[in-house]
Structures are given as structure tokens and as C-alpha cells.
Design a protein around this ligand. Structure first.
Ligand code: ZN
Length: 279
């Protein structure tokens, strides 16, 4: 296998796309699954509603609060089951977020995630404008909520990313002199769902330079050209993309993925050594 190569194609606050080369599909899929379910992040898990004059039931408000993405500091907090308090809740493993609002205006008042006040300024909602509930004039809401670290394998509210996926790097190959029929070429241009082909002035077929960014390997062009165009996945090369709602920075996330991966390998080796294999 060729040496590992990584090329970051796009990196913004909420999305990263990179190409990997020299990594097996099993490894890529393990990384995807760890990102999806094994990275702990903060989410509200316990709620005490002391007053709720809003038209929504306590359960609906609780559900909405649980789904608010919270900025996470993995160094500052312990997982409840690893904490000295044994999960009962203490400043080492939980953060309290409170909200006490009375509508003193003459019109309905919207309560947003930004109205939750946290006892740790680092653990706050990622976006302060996520609507929670609207209350009428003179109505009041008093909420006490507790956020803890958890895993998405137990509940999706603890998911560290919004989306994580990989796909094969597409290779589209054809010889221009074999594609002679104009109607066939027009059909290829028309039928490609991503519109990756175009006709030049001399009616020759042209594939867009950055076709691989959107080609889904649907092979429509292959069918329309009766096999003169070939679409194949490039062996050992994958396009990996992660979308985040901002709970963890990408560098922290990637570092944590490999920590978890190594822990799992160590655990596997220990379990394997414990087995008494009969020869
Ligand atoms: Zn604790």
C-alpha cells in the first residue's frame, strides 16, 4: 500500500473536506464510526422546570433543550461514570444552565438558547438564537438544566458532528476519438445529473476539471456512451467530509478520534491475550 497522504481541500468553521490516500476502507470506516458515536460532547441531560406558563408541555421544552448543541471542553470535564461522584453530579462532571424570564412587555416574547445562563462561560450554546419557546405577556418560565458529557451511541444529542461521510474518488476515462456520434455526446451532456460534461465549439466532449468534487459514480455517462466512457473508483483514495455544528473544533475532534482508536486497539489486544486459545 502507498504511503499515507492527506490533502485538505476545504476547511471552514463548520465543514472540512480532505482526500486520503494509502488508507484502507476498513480504517476509513472505523474513523467515520468513531467520529459518529464515540466522541463525548456536552448536552443537557437533566432538567427541572420550576415554572412553565408557556403553551408547550414541559416534555417538549425538555426535548428542545436537550438538542441544543453546547460548546464542549473535553479537558475540563469528566464523563459521569468516571467521576469521583459516581455520576451523581458534581462540578467536575456537570454544568448548570438556568433560565428565569418573565415577559414584562405587551407582546409575545421568544426565549432563545442565548437566554440560558451557564455557570461555566466555556460551556454555552453554540448558537444563541435557537428558539426554545414563546411566552405571552406576564407569563413566566423558570428552568434549571444540567449538561453532562455523553456518547452519541446512547443518544443522538451527544453527536459531535452533524454529518460525516466518505466516498470513492471517481476516475472518468474516455478517448475523445472514439466518441464520434454527436447525438450520443449530447445525451451524455444532458443525462449527467451533476452536469459534468459540456460540448466544445468543435462538438468535442469536455469533462470539467474539478469533476471529482461532485461526481457520484452514477455511471449514467457510461451507459449513455455505451461503454466508451469508463467511470471507476480510484483504488485506495477516498474523499472524506465532516460537517460540525461547532461543539468541538476540528483539530480537537481529529486528535480525540485517534486517542479513542488507539484505546480500542489496546483493549482488543488485552482481550485477545486473555483468551485461552487451544492449539
Ligand atoms: Zn462528578
Amino acid at each position: 500500500m502507498s504511503p499515507l497522504k492527506l490533502d485538505v481541500l476545504k476547511k471552514s468553521e463548520h465543514k472540512i473536506v480532505f482526500i486520503t490516500e494509502g488508507v484502507s476502507v476498513e480504517m476509513i470506516n472505523s474513523i467515520r464510526r468513531i467520529i459518529l458515536t464515540e466522541i463525548p460532547v456536552m448536552a443537557i441531560d437533566e432538567i427541572i422546570i420550576l415554572k412553565n406558563d408557556s403553551p408547550l408541555y414541559d416534555e417538549i421544552i425538555s426535548h428542545r433543550l436537550g438538542l441544543i448543541p453546547l460548546k464542549t471542553d473535553l479537558d475540563a470535564y469528566k464523563l459521569p461514570h468516571e467521576c469521583e461522584c459516581l455520576g451523581y453530579g458534581c462540578p467536575l462532571c456537570q454544568v448548570s444552565l438556568t433560565c428565569e424570564i418573565t415577559n414584562t412587555t405587551n407582546s409575545p416574547l421568544e426565549i432563545y438558547s442565548g437566554n440560558l445562563s451557564s455557570n461555566d462561560p466555556k460551556i454555552v450554546p453554540v448558537d444563541p438564537y435557537i428558539p426554545i419557546v414563546t411566552i405571552d405577556k406576564n407569563d413566566k418560565v423558570i428552568i434549571e438544566a444540567y449538561a453532562i458529557l455523553g456518547f452519541a451511541k446512547n443518544h443522538a444529542k451527544w453527536q459531535a458532528v452533524s454529518n460525516v461521510a466518505y466516498r470513492h474518488y471517481p476516475l472518468v476515462e474516455y478517448e475523445a476519438n472514439k466518441l464520434k456520434d454527436l447525438e450520443e455526446k449530447k445525451l451524455v451532456v444532458k443525462m449527467c445529473p451533476e452536469k459534468l460534461f459540456e460540448l466544445n465549439n468543435n462538438d468535442s466532449l469536455k469533462l470539467k476539471e474539478d469533476y471529482w468534487k461532485s461526481c457520484t459514480l452514477c455511471k449514467f455517462c457510461e451507459k449513455m456512451s455505451k461503454g466508451k466512457i469508463k467511470v471507476v473508483p480510484k483504488k485506495g483514495v477516498y474523499i472524506f467530509s465532516i460537517e460540525s455544528d461547532g461543539v468541538l473544533p476540528f483539530d480537537v475532534l481529529i486528535q480525540k478520534v485517534f486517542e479513542v482508536f488507539n484505546e480500542k486497539i489496546d483493549e482488543f489486544v488485552i482481550k485477545l491475550e486473555e483468551l485461552e486459545i487451544e492449539s
